[in-house]
Design a protein around this ligand. Structure first.
Ligand code: NAD
Ligand code: MG
Length: 403
């Protein structure tokens, strides 16, 4: 039975990136709580097969398929399934439209990469509750994004497991952007990815298939490569600076290969609070969906006897130069994180398409960063123009590296 402190009204949910790893996990949790959430809108880039099954199960009012040809293909499929009442939109602007619908209370931002920025920012400006998985949006435009959240009174709840853990280790009543004043350090945990122990001389020959096979987490391809280079932790470092309003030197990255502790907060009195759990994204997703309450996520209980031991190491910046580059970019500030993110997206794509080696990824990013000076990210136009320019420069750098 519901307690009487919560809002008993069903909340309207929009999932940006419904067909991806986070989107699918979100719907898995939502399906366990049909009395809490009504799915209003689902979006996909092009995966209409998965989207059709989701439509049959969750009966959204509207879907967005960014790819117009796929959207045209989708309409008859809906009709054949007796779901012609579901509205189908296409194009990138439709993403912003559905993220700001009046009957949408919460927006799961789970598009991968820079494509998520505009719809997520639109949701922030509209004062929605934002469940933020799309860390690239915050890395690209942290100051503008946090400003939009503050001005509209939106709630920003972190889905990234580490940030969700930090959020849970903060005092209750804490809201994103207001740091817990008595916290002296944030310990951001990292698994170290699949290549933590691989001899350094073998790294140049790593294949995309090896890089996307993460030891502990089952994720989309881009974030899996980011985890292998540890750029994921670099992006998360920047994400944490914005979410918790701290400078980068307050955050320490800790390699913890078992991925049981999802991050820690070290307080001035010597207390270190950690959030633990099985490595399954349904836990942070359920935490944010139920917040400030809690509900079942479908994740089995953590068996600490099976875990047995937990190890901690400092990251090796020679092995993981992407982490160093992220520290440098956020310390330089301004547009540099925007450049870092854009160059990384292009470099990861080139690696996945076998145009460059695994070890070329940080080379592309570093050379691209060197082409910029840290101007202020003063407006969305500046951010978007910088993003575009950094992508073009990265493509040029890749041409010189192709093997
Ligand atoms: P994914 O590749 O599995 O899914 C991406 C989703 O975005 C898909 O629905 C796809 O249709 C959509 N999409 C892709 N390109 C698009 C575009 N150009 N326009 C519109 N939609 C587009 O990715 P994922 O692993 O679910 O990750 C999503 C986001 O969540 C990323 O920012 C990632 O860093 C973050 N995240 C993921 C995990 C995880 O466990 N998967 C954990 C923490 C954070
Ligand atoms: Mg994470």
């Amino acid at each position: 039975m519901d307690d009487d402190s919560g809002d008993s009204r069903m909340k309207g949910l929009c999932i940006l990136g419904a067909t991806g790893s986070i989107g699918v996990s979100t719907l898995d949790v939502v399906a366990r709580h049909p009395d809490k959430y009504k799915v209003i809108a689902l979006t996909a880039n092009s995966n209409i097969g998965v989207l059709l099954e989701q439509c049959k199960q969750f009966l959204p009012e509207v879907v967005v398929i960014v790819d117009a040809l796929k959207a045209a293909e989708f309409q008859p499929l809906l009709q054949a399934a007796g779901l012609a009442s579901i509205k189908v939109l296409s194009g990138t602007e439709a993403l912003q439209q559905v993220a700001t619908l009046p009957n949408v209370d919460s927006v799961m931002a789970a598009i991968v990469g820079a494509a998520g920025l505009l719809p997520t920012l639109a949701a922030a400006k509209a004062g929605k509750t934002i469940l933020l998985a799309n860390k690239e949006a915050l890395v690209m435009s942290g100051a503008l994004f946090m400003q939009a959240v503050a001005e509209s009174g939106a709630h920003l709840l972190p889905i990234d497991s580490e940030h969700n853990a930090i959020f849970q280790c903060m005092p209750s009543g804490y809201t994103a952007g207001h740091r817990a004043k008595q916290a002296r350090r944030i310990l951001l945990t990292a698994s170290g990815g699949p290549f933590r122990c691989m001899p350094l001389e073998q790294l140049p020959d790593v294949t995309p298939a090896q890089a996307v096979a993460h030891p502990n987490w089952d994720m989309g391809r881009k974030i899996s490569v980011d985890s292998a280079t540890m750029m994921n932790k670099g992006l998360e470092l920047i994400e944490a600076c914005w979410l918790f309003d701290v400078p980068a030197d307050v955050i320490e990255v800790v390699i913890h290969p078992q991925s049981v502790i999802h991050s820690m907060v070290d307080y001035v009195d010597g207390s270190v609070l950690a959030q633990m759990g099985n490595p399954d994204m349904r836990t942070p997703i359920a935490h944010a969906l139920a917040w400030p309450e809690r509900f079942d996520s479908g994740v089995p209980p953590l068996n600490i006897f099976d875990v047995g031991r937990m190890d901690f190491e400092r990251p090796d910046l020679e092995r993981f130069p992407c982490l160093r580059l992220a520290y440098e970019a956020i310390t330089a500030g301004g547009i540099m994180p925007t450049v870092l993110n854009a160059a990384n997206e292009i470099a990861v794509d080139a690696f996945l398409n076998e145009q460059i080696r695994f070890t070329d990824i940080p080379v592309v990013i570093e050379r691209c960063l060197q082409k910029f000076v840290a101007g202020e990210a003063s407006s969305l136009d500046v951010v978007l123009a910088t993003d575009l320019q950094a992508r073009e420069i990265s493509h040029e750098i890749i041409k010189t590296l192709r093997h």
